[in-house]
Design a binder for this molecule. Structure first.
Ligand SMILES: [Zn+2]
Length: 146
């Protein structure tokens, strides 16, 4: 994975490399390498590397973000088949209280949202930064320079 990242290799090249490594390891070491992954999917599972993105579905008009679980709940309660945005811009205004956005978010038959907003929580982003070599030293680099 480090090799792929360092040389910016495509996934197909890395997968071929994994398959080749498994053949070599099995030739040298025998059956103890049967569990060595021969695909990127299996390698990511064994190494615990997962995409930990949260996906939100934003409204195209008002940009309100909906959780996937919220959308599933709305789908259960909605019998029409089209999921619309329920955001009210001014909920305390007496005249605008009942005006919700009503922009189509997804159609039930298609089950595909109009737009997806991928998001990684801040603690996972920080975890990724701190795993980089010498990251903590680099944080203090500005104070040591001339
Ligand atoms: Zn909306």
């Amino acid at each position: 994975m480090t090799f792929q990242k360092k040389f910016n290799l495509p996934e197909t090249a890395t997968e071929s490399q994994l398959k080749f490594m498994k053949i070599v390891l099995k030739e040298i070491g025998g059956d103890i390498y049967n569990s060595f992954p021969d695909s990127l999917y299996l390698a990511r599972i064994q190494l615990g590397l997962k995409d930990r993105f949260h996906s939100f579905m934003p409204c195209l008009k008002c940009h309100k973000l909906y959780n996937k679980t919220d959308m599933d709940e709305i789908q259960k309660n909605d019998s029409i088949g089209i999921i619309r945005c329920s955001h009210v811009e001014f909920p305390n205004s007496a005249s605008r209280r009942m005006k919700s956005c009503q922009t189509v978010l997804a159609e039930r038959e298609v089950k595909k949202p109009e737009l997806i907003y991928p998001f990684v929580p801040i603690h996972q982003q920080l975890e990724t930064l701190y795993r980089q070599p010498h990251f903590e030293r680099l944080l203090r680099h500005w104070s040591n320079r001339r």
